[in-house]
Design a protein around this ligand. Structure first.
Ligand code: PEP
Ligand code: MG
Length: 324
């Protein structure tokens, strides 16, 4: 990846038969924005806001966050910017936040669970900063995304916080705009409940790093179980397919922002499974854009059907190799 021989394509790309696929970048720090623009990303599909909170002694305040979100919104002329609310806990500790000492942090208080619990103040500050930034940037196209959602209550509670903050901003006459609202699909519960979630959100974004970990009960980053925790496992692929199908018929687009989305050898499969957007590390954006332009959706759907009927990871790998 990252070879200099690949063509940088600015602007949205389509498959050979004219289906538009959004290809966006994952960013953490503000420095990542420049690289994302340089590599021709259509926008940001995952802004990991934890990075704004790292390497410092206290959380960034509302104004500092507002400036950061504004900078991202202004860097992509009308391109969609998906900002994920704080996803702390699990493998993402922040020293000054005093996280609990848990035996299984990946199954503990992380992501939205903290935002609706001990970090609710931080969550409200972040939402205010986001709504204000959306109101200030010219042609802003902001989406707010919740991490690690597992129940409908979490979705509703978070939505209520956002609505309450908009009422507060109205009351004091501060300019803001309501963003798109969506959730990450990265727990098996979210996959099973996706048809219940879809009517309440504008989009899903599948986080294959955590989804593979939780579907396969194989810790991400643990090499001893990396073969099991692979997104080519049929169970993970079926979870992805089920998510896309659950959103069908609702006004809910489906993207993917886990590492799987950045593998150009899987682009055809992902288009065939019906993903609308793919978001990845900026370096691979041109490779995936190239792969989209070489894809025919009818062929991609046939490939997806074959992959979906595979019963083992080696069968999946074989089908994918044959299709290259
Ligand atoms: C994921 O889980 O796939 C994801 C994109 O989020 P993160 O890697 O930040 O947990
Ligand atoms: Mg995740």
């Amino acid at each position: 990846t990252g070879g200099s021989d690949v063509e940088i394509r600015d602007g949205e790309v389509e498959t050979r038969d004219g289906v538009e696929i959004e290809v966006a970048a994952n960013i953490g720090t503000l420095d990542d924005i420049d690289l994302a623009v340089e590599r021709g990303a259509d926008g940001v599909g995952l802004f990991r806001t934890e990075f704004l909170f790292l390497d410092r002694e206290s959380p960034p305040d509302e104004d500092e966050q507002y400036e950061a979100y504004l900078q991202a919104l202004e860097a992509f002329d009308g391109g969609r910017i998906v900002v994920r609310t704080l996803d702390i806990g699990g493998d993402k500790p922040i020293p000054y936040l005093d996280l609990p000492d848990e035996e299984n942090p990946f199954l503990g208080e992380r992501g939205i669970r903290r935002s609706l619990g001990p970090d609710s103040d931080l969550f409200e500050t972040q939402i205010r900063a986001l709504l204000r930034a959306a109101g200030s940037a010219d042609g802003a196209n902001l989406s707010v995304m919740l991490p690690l959602v597992a129940s409908l209550e979490e979705l509703h509670e978070a939505r209520e916080v956002i609505d309450d903050i908009s009422v507060d901003l109205d009351a004091v006459g501060i300019e803001y705009e309501m963003p798109e609202f969506g959730i990450m699909i990265e727990t098996p519960a979210a996959v099973f409940m996706a048809d219940e979630f879809a009517p309440h959100v504008d989009f899903f974004s599948i986080g294959t790093n955590d989804l593979a970990q939780y579907v396969m009960a194989a810790e991400r980053g643990n090499e001893r179980v990396s073969d099991l925790g692979d997104y080519r496992q049929p169970a993970v692929l079926r979870a992805i397919a089920q998510t896309v199908e659950a959103a069908d018929g609702d006004d809910c687009w489906v993207g993917m922002c886990g590492e799987m989305a950045g593998d150009p050898e899987l682009t055809e499969l992902l288009v065939g499974l019906g993903l609308d957007e793919l978001s990845m590390s900026a370096v691979t954006v041109p490779h995936v854009k190239a792969a989209v332009t070489e894809t025919d959706t009818a062929e991609a759907e046939a490939l997806a059907a074959r992959v979906r009927s595979a019963s083992t990871k080696s069968e999946v790998t074989e089908i994918l190799t044959e299709s290259q």
